[in-house]
Design a protein around this ligand. Structure first.
Ligand code: KE4
Length: 430
């Protein structure tokens, strides 16, 4: 495949944009080589500026659960374009979106729209501190909650890819208030709350982690976390920016049957346009300005175009059997990939949560911790990534990112992916 134009655009981009990208994880630093520049997307497919086509398992990092340019989303945007781009004032659609989310995630009694996942988690943390009057925040190693100062501590996603899980520029005072615990480790939870429970404002967790690759919570650990938060008056925040409307219609919280006090959302809720949200118990959300004293604001919050894309997306995912079909197709793909890995004698395992998945070059059957993720064979992943790319499949350019299927991935795309995987496993053996 020729990638001349991508290379030319990347060299040009590096002059005017740090690292040539507008978000670090896009830079291919985790896999080597140079990032691709894309010209268009359609259904399950991406086309790069050199005209090469790929089956897309990144889906804009999760938002595109319907695939690229789903007709319902395009029609909704065209209708809104007839009426304007935004007004910096309230609209009917943002109320409809808030009501839809509250209906699908009943733990959310009130919701505030923002324009990114980072804004959602930053606001939720401030709210939890304002509501409890406490300062300590707990996060988990390998989880990523956006580039919030106090949460860039042992963070996942791009920070992990770049080997900078603790970013410069975050004052020591911030990170001192952030306690980082191992993921899926009940004894560590018990020890934290025994020592710091009364100072802990909140615990923020990805109930299905997607930023150390895909690692679902152990149900009993998550259940114990809920209980410990209740016992110590700390708020439980589920960061469902990635898992929300991705793993189930009611998010990960419906899978585990656990109601958090606050939930953060993003990605799918905007259908590919910039929307984030935080919401939860009414008695907590009532502390948000202008109703309460905790300040939070945003110029483009509830932007009508973004809300139109989100509403259209949430409409389609509620159709009968939508998630069952997606989860079954994801499971089928992963089962076949495991078979191919075994046939090629490559240590390989997978994780799945609904329509998100993780590929691990590890001999361990079940990957449940950050340590197990880090013990995987990154060199094998790199070889696999590039061999898949050469055979028309675009995976996330990092061993620490989850993969996503969309409703547009059909038999042809799955078949092409498996043929590519067969070659990619062979390339590892070379
Ligand atoms: P944004 O600010 O990037 O919209 O959302 C931050 C965020 C918060 N919480 C979770 C669970 C997330 O996964 C994210 C963002 N996810 C990454 C992909 N792993 C975004 C990709 C990127 O950084 O470019």
């Amino acid at each position: 495949m020729s990638r001349t134009k991508s290379a030319q655009w990347y060299a040009r981009a590096c002059e005017s944009i740090p690292g040539g990208v507008n978000s670090p994880v896009r830079a291919f630093r985790g896999v080597g080589g140079e990032p691709l520049f894309f010209a268009s997307g359609d259904g399950a497919w991406l086309t790069d500026v050199d005209g090469n086509r790929y089956v897309d398992y990144v889906g804009a990092w999760g938002p595109l659960i319907l695939g690229h340019r789903h007709p319902a989303v395009i029609e909704a945007l065209e209708r809104q374009l007839e009426k304007g781009l935004g007004y910096g004032a309230s609209t009917e659609a943002e109320v409809e979106l808030a009501e839809t989310v509250c209906r699908l995630l009943p733990s959310i009694e009130q919701l505030r729209l923002v324009t990114s996942g980072t804004e959602a988690t930053m606001s939720a943390i401030r709210l939890a501190r304002g509501f409890t009057g406490r300062d300590v925040v707990v996060k988990f190693e390998g989880c990523y909650h956006g580039h919030v100062d106090g949460l860039l501590v042992k963070a996942g996603s791009g920070a992990l890819t770049l080997g900078t899980p603790d970013s410069p520029g975050v004052p020591g005072g911030y990170s001192e208030l952030t306690h980082v615990l191992p993921y899926n480790d009940t004894p560590a939870l018990e020890a934290h709350f025994a020592a710091h429970g009364e100072q802990t404002a909140c615990v923020i967790i990805e109930p299905v982690a997607g930023n150390m690759n895909c690692v679902p919570s152990q149900a009993e650990t998550l259940g114990r976390l809920r209980t410990l938060c209740d016992e110590h008056g700390s708020l439980l925040i589920f960061d469902e920016v990635m898992s929300g409307f991705r793993v189930a219609p009611g998010g990960a919280q419906s899978m585990y049957g656990i109601d958090p006090d606050l939930t953060t959302l993003g990605k799918v809720i905007g259908g590919g346009l910039p929307v984030g949200a935080f919401g939860g118990r009414r008695d907590i959300m009532s502390h948000i300005a202008p109703q309460g004293p905790v300040y939070q604001a945003g110029t483009l919050a509830g932007n009508p175009l973004a809300v139109a894309a989100g509403l259209a997306t949430l409409e389609v995912i509620q159709t009968e059997g939508f998630f069952d079909t997606l989860a079954a197709r994801t499971g089928g793909l992963l089962g076949e990939m495991r078979r191919l890995g075994k046939a090629a004698s490559v240590p390989f395992s997978t994780n799945q949560a609904g329509a998100m998945f993780g590929l691990f070059f590890s001999g361990e059957d079940s990957i449940r911790s950050f340590g197990q993720v880090m013990a995987g064979n990154i060199e094998h992943f790199r070889k696999f990534f590039h061999a898949m790319l050469e055979n028309g499949v675009y995976l996330a350019p990092s061993a620490f990112e989850a993969g996503f299927l969309s409703a547009a991935h059909g038999d042809a795309e799955i078949e092409l992916t498996l043929r590519a995987a067969e070659k990619a496993f062979a390339a590892i053996g070379d």
